[in-house]
Design a protein around this ligand. Sequence first.
Ligand SMILES: Cc1cc2nc3c(=O)[nH]c(=O)nc-3n(C[C@H](O)[C@H](O)[C@H](O)COP(=O)(O)OP(=O)(O)OC[C@H]3O[C@@H](n4cnc5c(N)ncnc54)[C@H](O)[C@@H]3O)c2cc1C
Length: 225
Amino acid sequence: MTNGYDADVIIIGAGGGGAVVAKELGEKGIKVLVIEAGPWYGNKQWPEPNSSQGAASSSSYDDLSIDLLKASFTDLEDDMNNRVNGKLRWGPANRELPPWQRIGGQVWQNSGVGGSTLHYFGNSPRAIPQAIDNIWPINYNELVPYYERVEAALPVNPAPVTAKEELFYYGARKAGWSNLEGKELSTPGYRTQPNAILRPNPSINDPFFDIQSNRSVGCTLRVIV
Ligand SMILES: Cc1cc2nc3c(=O)[nH]c(=O)nc-3n(C[C@H](O)[C@H](O)[C@H](O)COP(=O)(O)OP(=O)(O)OC[C@H]3O[C@@H](n4cnc5c(N)ncnc54)[C@H](O)[C@@H]3O)c2cc1C
């Protein structure tokens, strides 16, 4: 390339797909340039990604800062999800520019390094074999090693269970289904949802848990430390 960047592959968009492809290619020694229009929260090269231009690129782990990331995000709905100027809006990092519009209808997407995974639920179920076998040119068994690799990397674990899920399990047992341990899906049954969200506050099922004084926040009632 003649613009100062040396790359074998250019990936446009550092979202769920692009970032993973960049990681896989980079680990094979291929030079990858990732171009992302949205903000990079938690990077020292862009301490205020929505209000000042910052650097042109970042390729060092040392640029990453968990403190900066935490300071960028809040638990206030409008701060984060406002479609025009929320931090998770779909559009360029520069908030003087308008959000993007999709012709034909609105899709819930986020922009930035992380893409729509900046705001996702962490649900990580495998597709059932019937959705793959004899439909795709590969079959479920061929996919299993790849599922296992992703499940180890994220990592994927059974989602936390509350009274709502317990009631569902009770119904499933009464209907004659058995609980499926693990992530294997070749036999019918019910199971706890595989999820990649980090562990919630262990007190979530304690009926005497005082949410206010424990300063718990967010969908998993995590504790502010
Ligand atoms: C609220 C929510 C919850 C979700 N929950 C789950 C879940 O639990 N489990 C699950 O599997 N999936 C979930 N998803 C879906 C999942 O997040 C997406 O399927 C996945 O992120 C898509 O990856 P992608 O790379 O295709 O696109 P994205 O992650 O959307 O990334 C695209 C990136 O490209 C950038 N970009 C676009 N155009 C340009 C351009 N011209 N120049 C530079 N950059 C550009 C964007 O800024 C963006 O960062 C959820 C999505 C949302 C919104």
